[in-house]
Design a protein around this ligand. Structure first.
Ligand code: OAD
Length: 247
């Protein structure tokens, strides 16, 4: 275990025709956005996803769900991208169209750090759509309850994927294609337990990709990965520095 990539892995990264990166909540933790499964600070340690992150929860109590998402939007609005997000944007500038960033995060911090080739699997918390038909909507941070859709009258909901819902099809298909064909798959700050996102690293492994994991802790992927143990905001800038050293 090390925070430096061995030379052989560095060479594979430099020469890769395709690099797929998967990020999860851990990369935004250093921006002050809580993860989901941390035993103390994780959102799911305090709240039950069945009450807040399913279509049924919204139908039962739209105001409760709405207010929880308004609070999370406020957190995201106050947050800024950290050195981990910036390092991935730098990696993309280096690799260009050989690079895709698949993310489970809904906070938009990758785009704000300058990443362009982003595949957001779980949607975008800053957007709204109506519950019944998905008409795009625009609410205000002051709305204490979900406004009604001007087109059909159904209530606004956040533009994220909830448990029990399908992922955006085209984005998922592109993410699968990149995972299947990647020479290097870099998994950052995700517990790798939520499907189908977690299966993408296995798609990459089936194609003999080099799997690199950046995480503070072990995950179900760790046994098959080259592990860079540490905070994404520290490890990723070093990884990019290493690539720049004499490559
Ligand atoms: P989790 O909360 O499940 O996992 C966060 C991971 O980040 C853990 O493995 C931590 O060890 C790691 N971590 C924490 N801080 C870190 C840091 N500074 N640097 C590196 N790693 C760090 O979050 P996700 O895996 O993103 O979905 O969760 C996946 C999905 O479950 C989310 O997209 C969300 C959630 O429920 C939906 O809401 C549909």
């Amino acid at each position: 275990m090390s925070v430096r990539l061995p030379d052989s892995a560095l060479e594979r990264l430099r020469n890769a025709k395709r690099v797929a990166v998967m990020t999860g909540a851990g990369i935004s933790a250093e921006s002050g956005i809580p993860t989901f499964r941390d035993a103390q600070t994780g959102l799911w340690a305090k709240y039950d996803p069945a009450d807040l992150a399913t279509p049924e929860a919204f139908q039962r109590d739209p105001k409760l769900v709405w207010r929880w998402y308004q609070w999370r939007r406020e957190l995201v609005g106050r947050a800024a991208p950290n050195a981990g997000h910036s390092a991935l944007a730098a990696l993309e500038r280096r690799l260009g169209d050989r690079f895709r960033l698949i993310t489970q995060n809904v906070d938009g911090l990758h785009a704000r750090a300058g990443s362009e080739r982003v595949l957001p699997l779980h949607g975008d918390i800053t957007r709204d759509k109506c519950f019944d038909h998905g008409h795009p909507m625009q609410s205000s941070p002051e709305d204490e309850q979900p406004p009604a859709c001007p087109e059909c009258g159904s209530l606004a909901r956040p533009g994220v994927v909830w448990f029990g819902e399908s992922l955006p099809e085209e984005t998922l298909l592109e993410a699968i294609e990149w995972s299947r064909t990647a020479d290097v798959f870099l998994s950052v700050g995700t517990s790798s337990v939520v499907q189908p996102a977690a299966s993408l690293a296995h798609e990459a492994l089936r194609n003999q990709a080099l799997l690199i994991e950046v995480n503070l802790a072990d995950t179900p992927l760790s046994g098959q990965a080259l592990i860079l143990r540490g905070a994404a905001g520290e490890v990723l800038p070093r990884l990019v520095e290493q690539l720049d050293e004499d490559g």
